[in-house]
Design a protein around this ligand. Structure first.
Ligand code: MG
Ligand code: ZN
Length: 203
């Protein structure tokens, strides 16, 4: 927590908005990042990727043209503030930039580790089932915003958006929701608007 506070102080001093993106594996975090970065062309963005193994996600982000650093946690199942501290030193992000941190796909322990981020964003895809906030409450309690992804699949799955929001609101009444599809781009205006607003309110 001390290291997380140090990271937070560093981000605030440089006017950097850091987001910690958390979700289960396969919710579409990397696809979301790819579309987000391409939509924000020209903005100063750095990305930290967390996975147990491989640099597959960092390779995808690299192709968008922004600086990226892959952290492999090996047997570890989450990122921690020490890893972020080292990664940030290596990336050396500019003033007033955006730092996007894709955490290890895991709905459990990433909720328990503060990285020093300004906002925590939980991504939930409609293929995962609407009861997840009740089963994994820590993740939804500790998030500021919930992105409901893969809405293009809604006609094909039994996922009731209103039920999901009610369950999530039960564990976190302050949670905000944006429904979107990283594949089609539906809902992205609202998400990019939130990003813009939170960068400004934060700085
Ligand atoms: Mg990923
Ligand atoms: Zn863990």
């Amino acid at each position: 927590n001390l290291l997380a506070q140090r990271n937070r102080g560093y981000f605030e001093a440089k006017g950097i908005t850091a987001l910690n993106l958390v979700s289960s594996p396969g919710s579409g975090k990397t696809t979301l990042l790819e579309r987000t970065i391409r939509s924000l062309k020209g903005k100063n963005i750095n990305v930290i990727e967390g996975d147990q193994q491989t640099s597959l996600d960092a390779d995808r982000i690299q192709a968008t043209g922004v600086p990226v650093l892959q952290i492999n946690t090996g047997n570890g199942c989450h990122l921690d503030a020490g890893m972020i501290n080292k990664a940030v030193k290596a990336l050396d992000p500019g003033q007033n930039s955006l730092m996007l941190i894709e955490n290890v796909g895991n709905l459990v322990c990433p909720a328990l580790f503060d990285l020093g981020e300004a906002f925590r964003v939980v991504i939930m895809s409609v293929t995962e089932g609407e009861d997840k906030p009740l089963k994994y409450p820590n993740m939804f309690q500790s998030a500021h915003l919930c992105l409901i992804n893969k809405t293009d699949l809604l006609p094909h799955v039994d996922f009731d958006l209103e039920n999901f929001k009610n369950y999530a609101a039960r564990v976190n009444p302050h949670l905000l929701f944006i429904s979107l599809s990283a594949k089609t781009g539906a809902g992205f205006e609202e998400w990019l608007g939130w990003l813009d607003q939170s960068s400004h309110s934060h700085n």
